[in-house]
Design a protein around this ligand. Structure first.
Ligand SMILES: Nc1nc2c(ncn2[C@@H]2O[C@H](COP(=O)(O)OP(=O)(O)OP(=O)(O)O)[C@@H](O)[C@H]2O)c(=O)[nH]1
Ligand SMILES: [Mg+2]
Length: 211
């Protein structure tokens, strides 16, 4: 299979609690995970545009549901992170409402659940995993900041974190700093998107006739 390439990626819109989601004309792949785990950085790394999504060393940078359209064929959706202790109760509640309305909207086709490769998953990570199981949302576990652990520990730590969150014991080690795991993730997204959206050739195929 040809390695998948991103030819273009552009910001589409930001959505808050008031709604205003874009027309559902492309597959949606959304990123969830703790604040500061590297969701926005992963989008920038995948798209090769360091300025596309706002990133910050301080947790809580992404506050809205941000849509990026890739190759005119699928959306990457950046979500605000959870587990950010400094947030007020009101902020946590509005985060919960925003996430719940997005994740139960039936719009999301695949979730990337990001877990920091260095740390054991938290109770909130496990809750998020239970939530996506409950709603039957297909997922991939991505172990971020892989550059922070030695090479020999990367795959075992990614697998262990997937297991600890309650998922089958496989995670994809990923680093936005070095690009490790980038092509593997792109190829995975490509196969997710092509299964979701039959190619135009298939759409144009002659209808099957009864023998
Ligand atoms: N070493 C290393 N640092 C990373 C990596 N990915 C992200 N970071 C750093 O981690 C911090 C947080 O990154 P963000 O991408 O803003 O994290 P986020 O998950 O979008 O955070 P919120 O928007 O608060 O939910 C930044 O300082 C990044 O530079 C990585 O692969 N390796
Ligand atoms: Mg962010």
């Amino acid at each position: 299979m040809e390695p998948f390439r991103i030819k273009k990626a552009a910001f589409v819109t930001s959505v808050g609690q008031g709604g205003g989601y874009p027309e559902k004309r492309a597959a949606e792949i959304a990123l969830v995970g703790r604040s500061n785990v590297g969701k926005s950085s992963l989008i920038n790394c995948l798209t090769g545009n360091g300025k596309l999504a706002r990133i910050s060393a301080a947790p809580g940078k992404t506050r809205l549901v941000n849509y990026y359209l890739v190759n005119d064929s699928f959306y990457l959706v950046d979500l605000p992170g959870y587990g950010f202790a400094q947030r007020s109760r009101g902020e946590r509640e509005s985060w919960g409402k925003l996430m719940e309305s997005y994740l139960t909207s039936g719009r999301v086709d695949h979730l990337l659940l990001l877990l920091d490769i260095r740390h054991e998953p938290t109770g909130e990570d496990r809750q998020m995993f239970q939530f996506l199981l409950y709603y039957g949302i297909p997922f991939t576990i991505v172990a971020t900041k892989a550059d922070k652990v030695s090479k020999s520990k990367r795959q075992p730590s990614a697998n262990q974190n997937a297991k600890l969150v309650g998922a089958p014991p496989w995670g994809l080690p990923f680093s936005s700093e070095t690009g490790e795991g980038r092509q593997a993730l792109l190829d995975r997204l490509d196969s997710i998107v092509s299964e979701k959206l039959p190619s135009s050739k298939e759409n144009e195929a002659e209808p099957l006739t009864e023998p």
